[in-house]
Design a protein around this ligand. Structure first.
Ligand code: GLN
Length: 484
């Protein structure tokens, strides 16, 4: 059962081929066994899951079930889950049991989805390899010596290893698309504001966006239907109707104008990855799309801009973790100052501290104009590039990441080389656009993802374009050996 897609499992449940309780308990057994080697889950919620599954079975029996009632999924541990530990990959939240559900979690519960557990992630979603997690690195199921990408590495590894058919993620600079690429699965980060950030622990609020990992685009369309929508509790949530993302999956891509940015094929891109991406774009040409070379002239500014704005916002967001109201508190406290200093010094990991320091620096009175304001201006230039491009083309395509998965430990001593993992993804968050990564091939046995970037609110188009590729190819159907 474990290798079936989300849609296949939903069909099986509706046809009463198996009950949600049977499905849930068999996936839990497999998950518990495989998680020992992958470390993809921080918390497995067996009892809650079985309870949700039994409730789903009753709904199915009563004829009150929705499309996805009874299908198991996982939530990234950045989403608050009522009564369940929510750590955000950090020691500072190791003892935190959320008193409420995130909007996304509520939506998934309302749809009857069964949560099997919470997935491992880089601490506060800061990272590209899942190595900054307080709970240890996650292994890439394609090669256990390699990283799964980050920050949503646990979710990506879980879907790639067929532990769950879908898992949620968040993407601030690439954290859905890059791990999707490195794990050979489908990942979508919608337009900023499309999925509520309520109850999604904040990293960089103007960039953070929830999304999902699945085996294929059709399943992503189903999940987006559940997750997207207006939420008055998030002031940046957009009040726009949610289309039926599955309705347009089968539209032809003939005549579609695909822009390929020349800047995405220069320095920094590995040759093996470049070849796979070029071949995938050729595949679209065969399907009748028109390929147009475009320019995004400010692409090189994306990383420096992102690494000013994201730390600036995180330094402010993370000031709430002070050891007073909830979370970790140091034992070594003599006065108020030592309470703050020691709780934060002991509770946060090195990468989080580095970002808080950079953020505090760029926001300080003396450097605000030179760094933060400058970065905001660069952000505008980057958005303008996309705006110009979308006057000429319908979607933009290129690599998701500069290389396939790298080895665990390979980049931990070199933050800048780690930051370059977001070379092609960060700009999309700076502009607030939707993006996807879909499996496009393998380089020495490791998956490579093709990135699709759409105009604002073009999630349905992206899913359609991804689905058409998946009808013509079978990269997305391949599972790592040992997990098939
Ligand atoms: N890798 C990027 C970072 O370290 C992006 C993380 C994310 O999207 N959450 O900040």
């Amino acid at each position: 059962m474990h290798n079936k897609s989300l849609a296949e499992l939903a069909k099986g449940l509706q046809a009463r081929e198996f009950s949600s309780e049977e499905l849930t308990s068999s996936l839990l057994d497999r998950l518990e066994e495989k998680n020992a080697e992958l470390n993809a889950f921080v918390t497995i919620t067996r009892d809650n899951a079985l309870e949700q599954a039994r409730a789903a079975d009753q709904k199915i029996a009563a004829g009150e079930a929705g499309l996805l009632t009874g299908v198991p999924i996982a939530q990234k541990d950045i989403f608050c889950t009522k009564g369940v530990k929510t750590t955000c990959g950090s020691k500072i939240l190791d003892n935190f049991i959320s008193p409420y559900d995130a909007h996304t979690v509520e939506n998934c519960n309302d749809a009857g989805l069964v949560m099997l557990g919470k997935t491992n992630m880089d601490e506060f979603a800061m990272g590209s390899s899942n190595e900054t997690s307080y709970y240890g690195a996650v292994k890439n199921p394609w090669n256990l010596d390699c990283v799964p990408g980050g920050s949503s590495g646990g979710s990506a590894a879980a879907v790639a290893a067929r532990l769950v058919p879908a898992a949620t993620g968040t993407d601030t600079g690439g954290s859905i698309r890059q791990p999707a690429s490195l794990c050979g699965i489908t990942g979508i980060k919608p337009t900023y504001g499309r999925v509520s950030r309520y109850g999604m622990i904040a990293f960089a609020s103007s960039l953070d966006q929830g999304g999902v990992f699945t085996q294929n685009a059709g399943d992503a369309a189903l999940m987006m239907g559940v997750m997207a929508g207006f939420d008055p509790r998030d002031s940046t949530s957009l009040d726009r109707p949610v289309p039926d993302y599955t309705a347009t999956l089968n539209e032809s891509v003939s005549g579609l104008k695909i822009g390929v940015p020349k800047e995405y094929f220069s320095e920094g891109l590995e040759a093996g990855t470049a070849e796979i991406i070029q071949a995938a774009i050729k595949e679209y040409e065969k399907l009748g799309a028109k390929i147009i070379e475009i320019s995004l002239p400010n692409s090189a500014l994306a990383i420096p801009t992102y690494y000013v704005i994201a730390p600036a916002e995180c330094s402010s967001n993370l000031s709430r973790f002070d050891g007073v109201r909830y979370g970790y508190r140091s034992d070594n406290v003599t006065d108020l100052e030592s309470l703050y200093v020691n709780s934060r010094s002991e509770g946060f990991g090195a990468e989080v501290k580095r970002r808080i320091m950079i953020g505090t620096y760029v926001l300080s009175a003396g450097y605000y104009d030179a760094y933060y304001i400058k970065a905001q201006k660069m952000r505008r230039l980057i958005s303008d590039d996309f705006e110009q491009a979308f006057k000429q083309v319908d979607v933009i395509m290129g690599p998701t990441a500069p290389s396939p998965a790298f080895k665990i430990g390979e980049k931990t001593d070199d933050p800048v080389s780690m930051y370059l993992s977001d070379l092609y993804t960060g700009a999309v968050n700076l502009a607030g656009l939707p993006g996807m990564s879909i499996p496009a091939g393998f380089d020495h046995g490791l998956p490579v993802g093709l990135q699709l970037i759409g105009n604002y609110f073009d999630e349905a188009l992206l899913l359609n374009v991804a689905h058409q590729f998946q009808l013509a190819t079978d990269f997305h159907k391949q599972a790592p050996s040992g997990y098939a």
